[in-house]
Design a protein around this ligand. Structure first.
Ligand code: 13P
Length: 283
């Protein structure tokens, strides 16, 4: 069923839990995620990457996700993730996204604020806006981006900027950089709980933790107690699907090029991951 992303997240936080958000590059994954949410009776967020939304087929995917979300028996929101291009935001919303991460985190502070304000002016009051303060290392679409030269340099959220940033952007949710990275962590994740706590006392809007892949379940649960109401997964979902496809591919090629059965394995891998994430966040 259709839901406002901010309301979904706020009501989860009131119960001491966070809502998982999963990047969907394709409809098979989205079907699995929504199926898992329906089975667990919990709401969920479908994320669309900006590179996906920047293509005509990507906009068709958003329209399909909108239909899937509206027909679901649990609340489902569709969010354009990490967008910095206003035209892509407008196209994604026209196609059916009900929320946008207006991501100016790689810009100077004032330009970051201006991007979120421009997004609000363009998209109107009904679209839920997430904003990001602080820079996450890594590449949103590639697992090993944090290892490569040229990717954005990590910078922790400056908690002293939080009140000003939230009030001037009017953002409904705030993505933070507290030691989290996109893609695989080098070693164990080292979340800066002191910084997160300091952010949490400075704003009442829900916080968002990107780069949740690889963060232990108990730490995600602990983060929810510090007002982190949305956690974003991509890499771990892809790792599972790709490993499953690699393992199953030879047998299904031999079985008369059986793509339909292979898609069933894809669905079960993505659905199993989503079920586990929903379970760990809502216990
Ligand atoms: P991971 O790929 O590290 O799980 O991060 C996903 C994410 O933050 C999407 O916005």
């Amino acid at each position: 069923m259709r839901t406002r992303l901010d309301q979904l997240v706020t009501s989860a936080l009131q119960q001491g839990s966070a809502v998982p958000a999963f990047t969907c590059y394709d409809f098979t994954t989205a079907l699995a995620v929504v199926g898992a949410a329906e089975e667990s009776g919990r709401g969920v967020i479908l994320l669309v990457a900006p590179k996906t939304a920047a293509t005509p087929n990507g906009l068709r995917l958003i329209a399909a996700l909108r239909g899937l979300a509206d027909a679901a028996s649990v609340p489902v929101a569709v969010q354009l993730d990490h967008a910095s291009d206003l035209a892509v935001m407008a196209d994604a919303v026209a196609a059916g996204a009900d929320s946008v991460l207006a991501d100016g985190s790689s810009l100077p502070y004032e330009d970051n604020i201006a991007l979120v304000r421009n997004a609000r002016a363009l998209l109107g009051p009904d679209v839920v806006l997430e904003a990001e303060l602080g820079g996450l290392a890594g590449d949103e679409d590639r697992a090993f981006g944090a290892d490569e030269a040229g990717v954005s340099v990590a910078g922790l959220t400056d908690s002293a900027q939080v009140e000003d940033f939230v009030s001037r952007t009017g953002a409904g949710l705030l993505a933070v950089a507290v030691g989290n990275v996109h893609g695989k962590y080098k070693g164990e994740p080292q979340l800066r709980w002191d910084v997160l706590q300091d952010i949490a006392v400075r704003t009442h809007i829900p916080l968002v933790l990107h780069g949740a892949s690889g963060i232990p379940a108990e730490e995600l649960v602990k983060a929810a107690s510090m007002n982190v109401g949305k956690v974003n997964f991509n890499t771990e979902l892809r790792t599972g699907v790709l490993a499953t496809l690699q393992e199953q591919l030879p047998a299904h090629r031999a079985d008369g090029e059986n793509l339909q059965a292979l898609l069933g394995h894809w669905n079960r891998s993505a659905g199993g991951f989503a079920t586990a994430a929903l379970g760990m966040l809502t216990r």
